[in-house]
Design a protein around this ligand. Structure first.
Ligand code: ASP
Length: 407
């Protein structure tokens, strides 16, 4: 049986098992979660993370050695950033629109809202840009910072081209690193059904159903937003004649893993594999655009932040003035680019958006309880937005993507 089918079965079984625990054995949940489900899920996430940096680093260097000149890297970056800006703005607009239409915060009562004590440290744009440069290449690799890893690999890739033959040994070493870690990834994937089962059943069993009922419009609104935006990307693929159905079939293993783990970072190595081996995306584009998108592109978070800010404004009956709307839209847009690709990262970034817009940050404690339920779909959207933007770059580079027929 194919591994993607097993992952899908694990998702279904995990959901069923989580519901069974809630209704049949509620007293066993804490014990099972602590001793079995959480450790299994965490172990799987750590295993996947084990291959992320070596695969990104080696595949990016190998991809860059195949491009003609250094200016091409700059051109890819500029094109990607411009398509990110346009599509992220659409996602922000969609989140805000849905919150205005669905009014998730109107009439929600009966909550004891806890104080939020932890605030995120704000970093200025200049500091952030400077911090993209690692002080040594090993720092980038050892801290697992994706943007720093991309920066190091891009610099090394460009230098390899400049030194020519003298880099041959290094390139074959990097090639070996790539093949070794790809093999490790394929072995790790055999454990994915167990990991996904544990993660999903733990998420379902430990989230109170009562809270979901109270925040029903909030949860459903976020799911609708993610689905509409995925539909938008399917339309983009259709317009580009990039075979949307085939795209989703090729990336199915990546998307099911994104859903199960709620982590774009965990889905990254498989996304790279699916893009090149199943979808036939050009290697230099896939190995550059997909890691960059994983580090930056979060349409799911863009929808979440705008929707959530308006939800909290509605909850506290704060009038929606044009300046408040503008503050929400702008901070949501910026924050979506700096949300980490790990489960629950959106929750941490909420305080930044709310304080930038002058809204009460206490509301975060309320929605944190249902975040894990929407995080899976949101992460699927994050991965779709990232990979479709890589397809957009392929077309922009007027190199047609030639999907393979089998996968
Ligand atoms: N879990 C999301 C991801 O990994 C990030 C978020 O929480 O918004 O893409």
């Amino acid at each position: 049986m194919k591994i993607s089918t097993l992952i899908l079965a694990a998702l279904g079984l995990g959901i069923a098992f989580g519901i069974l625990l809630i209704y049949g054995f509620p007293e066993a949940i804490a014990f099972l979660d602590y001793y079995l489900l959480s450790p299994l899920g965490e172990a799987f996430l750590r295993l996947i993370q084990f291959v992320v940096v070596p695969i990104v680093f080696s595949s990016l260097i190998l991809g860059l050695t195949r491009i003609q000149n250094a200016t091409q890297v700059g051109r890819y970056t500029l094109k990607l950033i411009s398509s990110y800006v346009v599509t992220s703005a659409i996602a922000v607009g969609l989140g805000i629109f849905l919150a205005i239409v669905l009014k998730p915060g109107v009439g929600v009562t009966g909550f004891q809202i806890a104080e939020v004590t932890q605030m995120t440290q704000k970093q200025s744009l200049i500091d952030w840009l400077v911090s993209l440069i690692p002080v040594n290449p090993l720092e980038a690799l050892s801290t697992g910072n994706l943007l720093q890893t991309i920066f190091s690999a891009a610099l090394i890739g460009v230098a390899i081209q400049l030194v020519g033959d003298r880099a041959t040994n290094f390139v074959s070493l990097i090639e070996s690193v790539y093949f070794i870690f790809e093999k490790i990834l394929s072995l790790i994937l055999y454990t994915a059904p167990i990991g996904v089962f544990a993660l999903i059943s733990s998420a379902i069993a430990t989230q109170g159903l009562e809270l979901i009922v109270k925040l029903f419009v909030y949860v459903i609104g976020l799911c609708i937003g993610s689905i509409i935006m995925i539909g938008f990307y399917a339309l983009v693929l259709f317009i580009l004649k990039a075979k949307p159905i085939h795209f989703f079939q090729c990336f199915f293993p990546t998307l099911s893993l994104a859903f199960g783990t709620a982590s774009s970072n965990a889905a990254l190595p498989i996304a790279l594999q699916n893009a090149q081996e199943n979808y036939g995306m050009r290697e230099d584009i896939a190995s550059f655009a997909i890691p960059l998108g994983t580090a930056l592109k979060r349409d799911g978070s863009a929808i979440l932040q705008g929707f959530n800010a308006l939800f909290i404004a509605q909850l506290y009956q704060i009038p929606l003035t044009p300046s408040l709307m503008l503050a929400i839209a702008l901070s949501t847009f910026l924050v979506s680019f700096s949300t980490a690709g790990v489960p629950g990262a959106g929750i941490i970034m909420m305080t930044t958006v709310l304080s930038a817009a002058g809204l009460p940050v206490e509301g975060v404690a309320l929605v944190a309880g249902v975040d894990r339920l929407t995080d899976g779909l949101k992460t699927v959207l994050n991965v779709v937005s990232n990979t479709v933007n890589a397809v957009i770059l392929s077309h922009w580079e007027s190199s047609s993507v030639e999907p393979t027929t089998e996968h």
